[in-house]
Write a protein that binds this ligand. Structure first.
Ligand code: GRF
Length: 230
């Protein structure tokens, strides 16, 4: 991650030690508040700031090595505000997911909520998706909409979307951990979710879940460097 880490907190609160183990937390920004959330639970952390490496590819290789060495089998971009290169993705095939604060394919990339407000939409939403080489273009895993016909301020939309993110991202991680996600052979863009497992996972996450609450703002600590993920 790169910033506040409320989605990380949701994962730590709901799936960690239950449906999956959070084995490592990496940040692209030194001092990201998200790091402290992991440290409190003795989850190993490290910072992979782009400025510390010759280029993005060298950094992504170091990040992949570090995660692999800790046994990561799924990489969750929980507010990771940079793109990962193809070599990184090939180290974790079909096992990198992201949470994005819009109903993709609408409003990919940076400032999704601001984009949606500027467009004047009445329905906002959250998407959890697999990460591919594009910007927020991978196959959708879970998605949920919320009607906000009078929304004007990003903070208002963020407040409505945060609880959805904190529910859908843990659910997606638990579904992955249980092997309940499959690509539809007829259309690999379509992710088939085992409905029985989906129901069980929804209950588990809801029971475990104390919502970490709204963030101070849309996390964009590393926006200047960011190429478009998030
Ligand atoms: C979330 O809005 C997420 O959708 C986007 O980055 C933000 C991360 O927030 N990808 P947090 O750091 O988890 O609080």
């Amino acid at each position: 991650m790169s910033g506040t880490g409320t989605n990380l907190q949701a994962l730590l609160d709901t799936v960690h030690g239950r449906e999956a183990e959070v084995v490592a937390v990496a940040a692209s920004v030194a001092g990201a508040p998200a790091l402290a959330r992991a440290e409190r639970l003795d989850v190993p952390t490290a910072v992979f700031a782009r400025s510390a490496y010759a280029d993005r590819h060298v950094r992504d290789a170091a990040l992949a090595d570090w995660l692999a060495a800790r046994g990561a089998r799924l990489v969750v971009l929980a507010g990771y505000m940079e793109l990962l290169d193809g070599a990184f993705l090939s180290r974790f095939p079909g096992a990198v997911i992201n949470v994005h604060p819009s109903l993709l394919p609408a409003f990919p990339g940076l400032a999704a909520i601001e984009q949606a407000l500027a467009y004047g939409v009445k329905v906002f939403g959250v998407t959890v998706h697999f990460v591919d080489a594009g910007v927020d273009t991978g196959a959708v895993i879970l998605q949920r909409a919320v009607e906000l016909p009078d929304a004007r301020e990003p903070a208002q939309v963020l407040a409505a979307l945060r609880p959805l993110e904190h529910e859908l991202l843990p659910r997606a991680v638990a579904l992955f951990a249980r092997g309940a996600l499959a690509a539809d052979p007829e259309n690999p863009r379509r992710t088939i979710v085992d409905p029985a497992v989906a129901e069980a996972v929804a209950e588990t996450v809801a029971e475990a879940g104390a919502d970490p609450g709204p963030a101070a703002g849309v996390a964009r600590a590393d926006e200047a460097n960011r190429a478009g993920e998030g």
